[in-house]
Design a protein around this ligand. Structure first.
Ligand code: DQA
Length: 137
């Protein structure tokens, strides 16, 4: 089972960024825990602050991997192009968010990804990623 986590803009700052919302652990250290918890899964990780790079990565893995776990961060709420990329590929995508976006500002309630995703997991902190992996195995 080959899965990839793709994180969008500002998620490289996890641990430092708004810790009351996103927690105080870096994604890199959480990712090490994930890899040891799911040793049966080949798990990769990609992060970019650039919309086109996220789309390129979706195209690259989207006919080859068994699953994509995507936190497109703020692009979730704005990006028609990422939504279209998910429609264009074959690999199923699970949309994740660390925070409960529905309990936050109105603009975070809209997702261009959810409609084309296999499912959506949000509001469980970093464990949203763990739940997303479990959904594939
Ligand atoms: C987020 C929620 C988004 O609204 C926000 O722009 C993020 C992170 C989350 O994981 O909770 O950057 O995707």
């Amino acid at each position: 089972m080959k899965l990839i986590i793709i994180n969008g803009p500002n998620l490289n700052l996890l641990g430092k960024r708004e810790p009351t919302i996103y927690g105080d652990s870096s994604f890199e250290s959480y990712f090490e825990n994930l890899k040891s918890s799911f040793s049966e899964v080949t798990l990769s990780y990609f992060q970019s602050n650039v919309e086109g790079e996220i789309i390129n990565k979706l195209h690259e893995v989207g006919f080859e991997y068994d699953g994509i776990i995507l936190n497109a961060a703020a692009y979730t709420h704005t990006s028609v192009a990422i939504g279209d990329a998910i429609k264009a590929i074959e690999t199923p995508v699970v949309e994740v968010h660390i925070s409960n976006t529905h309990a936050r500002e109105e603009f975070r309630h809209k997702s261009f990804i959810a409609k084309n995703a296999k499912g959506v997991i949000l509001g469980f902190g970093l464990d949203s990623y763990k739940l997303a992996i479990q959904s594939f195995i």
